[in-house]
Structures are given as structure tokens and as C-alpha cells.
Design a protein around this ligand. Sequence first.
Ligand code: GLP
Length: 241
Amino acid sequence: MEIVILPDAAACGELIASAMAELVERKPDALLGVATGSTPLPVYQALAAKVRGGSVDVSRARICQLDEYVGLPAGHPESYRSVVLREVVEPLGLTEESFFGPDGAAEDVAAEAIAYDRSLAAAGGVDLQLLGIGTDGHIGFNEPCSSLASRTRIKTLTRQTRLDNARFFDSLEEVPHHVITQGIGTILEARHLVLLATGEGKADAVAAAVEGPLSALVPASALQLHPHATVVVDEAAASGL
Ligand code: GLP
């Protein structure tokens, strides 16, 4: 695992956006797996700036989701489909046609999760998966104790994760209890994993993931199993290393 420590979130965003731009230059139809949350925003902003400046052409790139809330209609402003369209797809000048993810409002959510897992492989696999990390060490929505071999499936959110994500909703009650998330085994199939963490609030989770033992209690520690994993952190998130 490669650890990159940079002074601040903007520098982290710039570095990862450059890695994405290089990938797309090498492989124009690369499949980029994107994460939601506040942490990756500087990456998307830096990549969109490169697109606007003409230094990279992402018009053939494809984007896919890491996870999705169950029960929110696709058009709900906080469904991860809406979030990724708003924060990634549209700023990059792409359309919905370049983008796919699981439907959290599907009638048969379990079947939808399996179908989404298969669609990733059918699309040729994820070339670069960007990950954030939860304060409890989760990746995607794989909460502690998720199997390290898990596939895309329904999960129940912990109270802590619902509290962490309540800021995007009007109240805690509105935060869904269930989600579809790529499993840890699914995530590990991406060719390059890039985990980004910024801020002191992530320092303990980063230290446990990077320097702790491989453990289902810390889902992000699964990156230790991957042959090409890069952890990008600012100085605050690196403070526990
Ligand atoms: C959610 C997402 C994760 C993300 C996490 C951290 O749980 N499912 O993919 O990593 O939030 O979000 P933030 O970056 O806002 O701290």
C-alpha cells in the first residue's frame, strides 16, 4: 500500500484528479468508480477544472457508483444517483449515458444488488475506484464486521453512519436505514484503489486501516490485500500514523 501525505485537501484533490486524467489519457473509456460524501469534492472540482481548461478529454470515460440508499427515488436530491450526477457527471460535461449505478428504489432490491455487481464486471471492471472512509472505518457502506469477501448487497447502516450523514437531510429520521453497497470483495476487484481521507476526524480510522491488523472490524483495512492501493491523506488525517 502506498501512502501519500500532502499538506491539505486541495493538494490531495489535485493529485488524485491528475491520476484520473492520466488514466483517461491512457485509456479513454476508463471506468471510474466514484464515492460520495464531502471528502472527494476537491477531486471532482480539480478534474472538472482540467476538463474546462482543455488539458484532459474525458468525453469517453464512464462513471459508476459505489453505493446507494435504499428507498429514495432516483430523483431525490440526496439519492447517490442525484449526488453523483450533480457533483461528478455534469461538471465533467458528461451525460447520464456515461453513468450507471444501482437503483435503490427497485422493487427487488436484493436482485438489483446482484445485477449491479454483475454489471461492473460486464463493463470490463472498474479501472480506478475512489474511496472515502467512514469514522468507523467503513468503505462504501460496508460497516464494521462486513465480510472481507462480500459482494454487492443490502446493508443496514449503523446509528453512527446515519448520524454522520444526517447533515444531508432535514432530520435524522429521514436518513434511510438500508443501502446497496458494492461489497468489499467487489471493491477489491478494481484495478487501482485510491482512498482519500482529510481532516482530524478521520485520523483514527486511517491509522487503524493502514497500520492496524487486517480485520473485518475495520473494513478499510481490506486495502492491505490489494496489489495497487494508494491512500492519500492530508496532514490532519495522517496525524495518527
Ligand atoms: C458515506 C459514503 C462513503 C463515504 C463516507 C464518508 O458513508 N457511503 O463512501 O466515504 O460517507 O463521507 P465523508 O467524506 O463526507 O466523511
